[in-house]
Design a protein around this ligand. Structure first.
Ligand code: GLA
Length: 394
C-alpha cells in the first residue's frame, strides 16, 4: 500500500477514492478551489478571494510507444483517447478538451507535444463549481512546463490555461480558477485583483471556525452558455456606462459612482452590473474583515453575496438557495453562500467547528427530504498550488 498522500482529501465527512500508485515517470498535482467571496467579478476586472483545496487532479506522464500520438486516460472516465499529432486541434466536447487545449497552447508557442501518455486521476467532485476543469488544465500546464525545462512562469501558465478554456473549450471564463489553482498557498486565501493581477496571500486564522462546502449534487446543464450570457450582459452594461463615464471595467466603479450611471441601464443588464459592483465592494470589505479577525462581518458579507447572486445575477437555483438559506439560520453559522459559477454546484459556509457535525446531519437530512438528492459535505482544507509531486505523495 502506498502511503496516504498528505496533500489529498479533506478531513472526512465524505468517503473519497483510495489513492493508487501509478507506474510512471513524472507526477504532478493541481488543486481545485473554493471561492470564499467574489463571484462573477473576475471577468469584470474585480476582486476575488479564493483558496486552493487539498483536492484536485493528479497527473502521471510517461513516454508513449507511438512518437506521433498522445494517449489521454482518466480514472474518472472509462474512455481513453489516442490522438495523433495532426488531430490535436480537434475539439471533442468532452473532458479531454481541457488538456488538449493546454497542449495546443504549448504547441502554438513552439513546444510541440507528442509521444506522451497522460494519466489523470481526480478527487474533486466533477462539475461541482470547485474548479475541476481548471485543475485539469493547470496540472497539464505545470507538467508540460516541467518536461520542457520550465520556459514559462506560473502566471504565464495560468494565462495559457485560461486561454485554452476560452479559446479551445469555448467557456469564456475569467482568470480566478486557474489563478487559484496555480498560486494557492497552504492555509491562505488569495486576495486577487483581476484587473491588475496584483495578489496577496491572506492567512486564514480560523479562530475555532471552519469553512464547510456542501455539494448540491444537482446536475448542471448548459452552464457554459448561461455563463457566457451573463458575461455579455456585463459587457453591454460597460459599453453603455462608457458613453457617460470613462471606465475600463465595471468593478472600477464604487457603488456610489455606479448609482450615478445606473439610470442609463435597465432590466437584466442593470441587475448584472449592480451585482458585480456591489460584490466587488463586499470582497474588499471581507478581506479587511478577515485580516482584522472580524469573522462575524465576514459571514455577513458572505450572506450579502449570496443574496445578490440570487436576486441580481440570477445564478443560484432552489437547491443552492435552500442550502445557503438554511445554513444561515443554523446555530454557529456566521455566513453561507453559493461558490463559483452557480446554477448548481456548491455552497460554502463559515461555521463554528463544534457545530459542524450537527450541521451536516441536520442540513443533509432536510435537503434530501426536500429535493430527493443527497448533499455531500466537506470541511475545506486549504492547500498549496499546482506543481510536481514525489512518487511517495501519490
Ligand atoms: C467560474 C469561472 C470563473 C469565475 C466564476 C464565477 O468558476 O471559471 O472565472 O467567473 O465562475 O465567479
Amino acid at each position: 500500500m502506498p502511503p496516504e498522500n498528505p496533500r489529498r482529501g479533506m478531513p472526512r465527512l465524505y468517503k473519497g477514492k483510495t489513492p493508487i500508485m501509478l507506474q510512471t515517470e513524472r507526477h504532478f498535482f493541481a488543486p481545485g478551489r473554493v471561492n470564499l467571496i467574489g463571484d462573477h467579478t473576475d471577468y469584470n476586472g474585480g476582486l476575488v478571494f479564493p483558496a486552493a483545496l487539498n483536492m484536485g487532479t493528479y497527473l502521471a506522464v510517461k513516454q508513449y510507444d507511438d512518437a506521433d500520438s498522445c494517449r489521454f486516460v482518466s480514472e474518472n472516465d472509462s474512455a481513453e483517447f489516442l490522438i495523433r499529432k495532426e488531430e490535436l486541434s480537434q475539439k471533442r466536447k468532452i473532458w479531454v478538451d481541457y488538456p488538449i487545449g493546454v497542449v495546443k497552447e504549448f504547441t502554438d508557442r513552439g513546444f510541440p507535444v507528442s509521444g506522451l501518455q497522460f494519466h489523470y486521476r481526480g478527487d474533486l467532485p466533477i462539475g461541482a463549481a470547485l474548479s475541476s476543469s481548471a485543475s485539469i488544465e493547470m496540472v497539464t500546464a505545470v507538467a508540460l512546463n516541467a518536461l520542457n525545462g520550465s520556459p514559462f512562469t506560473m502566471l504565464e501558465l495560468v494565462q495559457m490555461a485560461q486561454h485554452a478554456e476560452n479559446d479551445f473549450v469555448g467557456m469564456n471564463c475569467g482568470i480566478m480558477d486557474q489563478f487559484a489553482s496555480g498560486f494557492g498557498k497552504k492555509d491562505c486565501a488569495i486576495a486577487l485583483d483581476c484587473n491588475t493581477l496584483a495578489y496577496e496571500h491572506v492567512p486564514l486564522e480560523m479562530r475555532g471556525l471552519k469553512f464547510v462546502i456542501a455539494n448540491t449534487n444537482k446536475k448542471r446543464g448548459l452552464v457554459d452558455s448561461a455563463y457566457n450570457q451573463r458575461r455579455s450582459e456585463c459587457q453591454q452594461a460597460l459599453e453603455i456606462i462608457r458613453a457617460h463615464r470613462p471606465v475600463d471595467c465595471l468593478c472600477q466603479l464604487t457603488m456610489d459612482q455606479f448609482d450615478t450611471v445606473a439610470t442609463y441601464l435597465a432590466g437584466n443588464v442593470l441587475k448584472r452590473a449592480r451585482h458585480a459592483v456591489r460584490e466587488n465592494e463586499n470582497v474588499r470589505e471581507a478581506v479587511t474583515a478577515l485580516k482584522v479577525g472580524d469573522m462575524v462581518r465576514f459571514g455577513q458579507l458572505m450572506n450579502a453575496s449570496h443574496a445578490t447572486l440570487r436576486d441580481d445575477y440570477e445564478v443560484t437555483c432552489p437547491e443552492l438557495d435552500f442550502l445557503a438559506e438554511r445554513a444561515q439560520q443554523f446555530p454557529g453559522v456566521l455566513g453561507s453562500r453559493m461558490t463559483g459559477a452557480g446554477f448548481g454546484g456548491c455552497t460554502v459556509t463559515l461555521i463554528a467547528e463544534n457545530q459542524v457535525e450537527a450541521f451536516v446531519e441536520t442540513l443533509g437530512k432536510a435537503y434530501e427530504k426536500r429535493f430527493g438528492l443527497r448533499a455531500d459535505f466537506y470541511v475545506a482544507e486549504i492547500g498549496d498550488g499546482a506543481g510536481g509531486v514525489m512518487n511517495a505523495e501519490l
